[in-house]
Every structure is written in structure tokens, then in C-alpha cells.
Design a protein around this ligand. Structure first.
Ligand code: URA
Length: 239
């Protein structure tokens, strides 16, 4: 048995907080009857409706995918390009990506059918660090790296403090490898940050999501998260 607001949030309809409002507003029915009491427990056999639409409850599942380049972080694409859920045809759950990686960015992407968990991972207040390896043009100076760390103005808003370090520089190709960790998820943020210091990104890969790494996975491979890993992510979000 699970609390009604959790079941609604898990179905990916809305956050748990909003689900509570739905319940209080009389928009939720259990087995055909309006239920306004928060915390009402329901089982898998109960029919839960929001605005008279039946929600299908699924067991929550959590996956880590090594997203290859040239794949869209979405469940469908109007131009018929490859999407991340194409790698989950063997998984019988309505999963979706938690946030996005750019079409040309490879690396670690989490997918789930647990809407509440996804909201938790993406909420800016929860400050989940993601680590990227960026190959950039030229050799950023110490001062440029410091400015990334302090925060840099993008479209009039300063980025939050980041961690950044130069891993290597190759004179021959006039490029550098930089490791950068950020906890925000603004659109194309890493690319824009390097653009802003005059060192455009040539290649970008996400290596780490909180404590999770790609391990031995190859592009296009996935694995299910262990319950302890899910638990740790939740703990990182609330601490
Ligand atoms: N920042 C970017 O610029 N691109 C990504 O895909 C992820 C973070």
C-alpha cells in the first residue's frame, strides 16, 4: 500500500506537493469515489483517477544509460531521429530521461518512470553535481578557469560556483581537456560557459552524476540502478 499522493506523483503526472492539492481540490477518485484525505493508502488493485482519467501505476524503475552522440534525450522525435528510449525496447515501463544531454553530448543519462524522483533530481535547490569532460579549443588560462569556478554571466544570470580543472593540453591540435562539475541544468550550460571564456567546446561527455559513473558501459549500453544507488541519490538531493 502506498500513499495516494505518492502514487499520483510516481505516475509522472505532477509533483507530490501538487498531487496533494489535486486531492484536496477533489480532483482525485479512488475506485470511483472522490477522496480528499491526504495520506489515503492505495494498492495496485485500486483504480486511481485524476480528473476522471485513470492513471496506470507502474513499479518504479531506474536506469543509467551511456547515451551515444547523435541521439535525442526524449521519448520521441518528430524528425524520426534516434531517441534515448530506443535503447529500452526490452523494458516494459514508460520511462523518460531525467533532464537532457544535447544531441551531440555523450555520457551518463538517468531514466525512470518515477516522476517524483525525476523532479527531485532536477530541482535546482537540490544541487546534484554532474561532472563533464570537455575537449575545448585552445588552452584556458588560470584566470579563465577561476572565472568558471566563481560563476560567469550567461544571458544576464550568473552561473552557480563550479568545480573545474585542466586535465591536459595538446599543442598539436591546440586543444585542452577540462573536467568541470556543475549542479545547475541550464540549456547548453557547459558549452555556453566555455564559449563565454573564448574556448568553444569541441566534444562533451558527462562522466558522473552525483556519485554514479559510467563504469564499464559502452555507448548505447544501460544498466538498472541498485536500490542503494537510488537511495544515495535521494539522500544527496535532500542534504
Ligand atoms: N551542458 C551542455 O552544454 N550540454 C549538455 O549536454 C549538458 C550540459
Amino acid at each position: 500500500m502506498e500513499r495516494l499522493q505518492k502514487v499520483i506523483a510516481n505516475a509522472g503526472i505532477t509533483s507530490r506537493r501538487k498531487a496533494e492539492n489535486f486531492i484536496e481540490d477533489g480532483r482525485v477518485k479512488v475506485n470511483g469515489k472522490v477522496v480528499r484525505e491526504l495520506g489515503t493508502k492505495v494498492s495496485h488493485r485500486d483504480a486511481v483517477q485524476v480528473d476522471d482519467i485513470l492513471i496506470d501505476k507502474e513499479e518504479p524503475v531506474y536506469y543509467l544509460l551511456y547515451k551515444p552522440k547523435q541521439v535525442i534525450s526524449a521519448v520521441s522525435d518528430d524528425k524520426n531521429r534516434k531517441v534515448v528510449t530506443d535503447y529500452f525496447e526490452d523494458v516494459n515501463a514508460r520511462i523518460f530521461p531525467i533532464g537532457r544531454l544535447d544531441y551531440d553530448t555523450s555520457g551518463l543519462l538517468l531514466l525512470t518512470n518515477d516522476g517524483e524522483f525525476a523532479n527531485m533530481m532536477m530541482h535546482p535547490k537540490n544541487k546534484i553535481y554532474k561532472t563533464y569532460i570537455a575537449k575545448v579549443e585552445g588552452k584556458p588560462t588560470k584566470e579563465e578557469i577561476e572565472s568558471l569556478k566563481r560563476g560567469i554571466e550567461l544571458e544576464g544570470i550568473k552561473t552557480a560556483p563550479a568545480k573545474a580543472r585542466v586535465k591536459s593540453t595538446t599543442k598539436k591540435t591546440n586543444s585542452s581537456i577540462i573536467e568541470i562539475s556543475i549542479h545547475e541544468g541550464r540549456n547548453h550550460q557547459v558549452r555556453k560557459m566555455f564559449e563565454a571564456i573564448g574556448h568553444p567546446v569541441i566534444k562533451l561527455k558527462r562522466e558522473k552524476y552525483d556519485q554514479l559513473t559510467l563504469g564499464n558501459l559502452k555507448p548505447g549500453e544501460k544498466r538498472e540502478l541498485k536500490p542503494i544507488e537510488v537511495k544515495k541519490l535521494k539522500e544527496s538531493a535532500v542534504t
